[in-house]
Ligand binder design. Structure first.
Ligand code: FES
Length: 148
């Protein structure tokens, strides 16, 4: 028997599927990041496509995007219809750049963890080679060889 797919879902089902709390979903709705309609009984019902918007918010926040940045990205999705893959591609460019930057930073961290990280401690033999006299300090605070 084919499982019946609901086209609209109550907030509890959306919360269960996205992993977000009901209060978080209500908050995103207050911010206008997602919308719902009311059932005859006055309860919120979300179109199924809202799961993708909320999942986008979740991913973007894990990447460190602010709610303002997320709101700006989502505002480029079309109103009044379910976004297509092409629509999502359009708004994902910034996210993709952010992901690539984070991948590069993680690779730098992975590759440098047991060597000089350019933090200014000058405690490793390698520091003399990679950060003589803490010249990296001139680039700013923190482990410059990892932060880039
Ligand atoms: S590890 Fe700290 S300056 Fe090299």
């Amino acid at each position: 028997m084919t499982k019946r797919i609901e086209t609209t879902l109550p907030i509890g089902a959306i919360a269960a599927r996205t992993g977000l709390s009901v209060s978080a979903i209500r908050y995103y709705e207050e911010l206008g990041l997602v919308t719902s309609e009311r059932s005859p009984g006055g309860r919120r019902r979300f179109v199924r496509a809202a799961i993708r918007r909320l999942s986008f918010i979740l991913i973007a926040q894990k990447l460190g995007l602010s709610l303002e940045e997320i709101s700006e990205a989502l505002s480029r999705l079309p109103d009044g219809r379910t976004p297509t893959a092409a629509d999502w591609t359009k708004i994902s460019t910034g996210i993709r750049t952010r992901i690539n930057d984070q991948i590069a930073a993680l690779e730098r961290m992975r590759d440098r963890l047991d060597g000089c990280i350019g933090c200014g401690c000058l405690s490793l033999e390698a520091c003399g080679l990679y950060n003589p006299a803490d010249e990296r300090g001139g680039e700013g605070a923190g482990p410059r060889l990892v932060l880039g």
